[in-house]
Design a protein around this ligand. Structure first.
Ligand code: CU
Length: 132
């Protein structure tokens, strides 16, 4: 049993390449019409995306994808419409978004002008095996 646990831990560390704890990905909304970065890669289910509007722009961040819907500005609820205030909003990637690319945009400036995409991958499934 001890051998099995040790090998599982080694396999895990080799496959994952990073800690299992959820990561956060900051996305800044600029004073112009951009998300920075506008392509967020290597996102895992359970990670958080933090949208930060601190450059004086009037924006929100919206996904209409049913796998990972959000509409955020001052909050991700009633105050999710555009706001020029300094605001921060955090969304957590749900299991329904695994292996998907989730597009998002700013309703104030429109998807053609101000948009981005979250690339959601998943870690290799944990495997273990017995060694006699
Ligand atoms: Cu905008």
């Amino acid at each position: 049993m001890n051998a099995r646990i040790a090998l599982s831990a080694i396999t895990l560390s080799l496959c994952m390449g990073h800690a299992m704890a959820a990561a956060n990905h900051d996305v800044h909304l600029t004073s112009g019409t951009a998300f920075s970065p506008n392509s967020i890669a290597n996102v895992l289910v359970g990670d958080t995306i933090t949208f930060i509007n601190d450059a004086g722009g009037f924006h929100n961040a919206v996904s209409t994808d049913a796998a990972f819907p959000f509409r955020c500005a001052v909050d991700c609820g009633a105050n999710g419409g555009g706001s020029g205030a300094s605001w921060t909003a955090v969304v957590t990637v749900p299991a329904t978004a695994a292996h998907k690319d989730i597009p998002f945009f700013c309703e104030v400036h429109g998807a053609a002008l101000m948009s981005g995409v979250i690339h959601i991958t998943n870690p290799v499934d944990v495997q273990s095996f017995e060694v006699d």
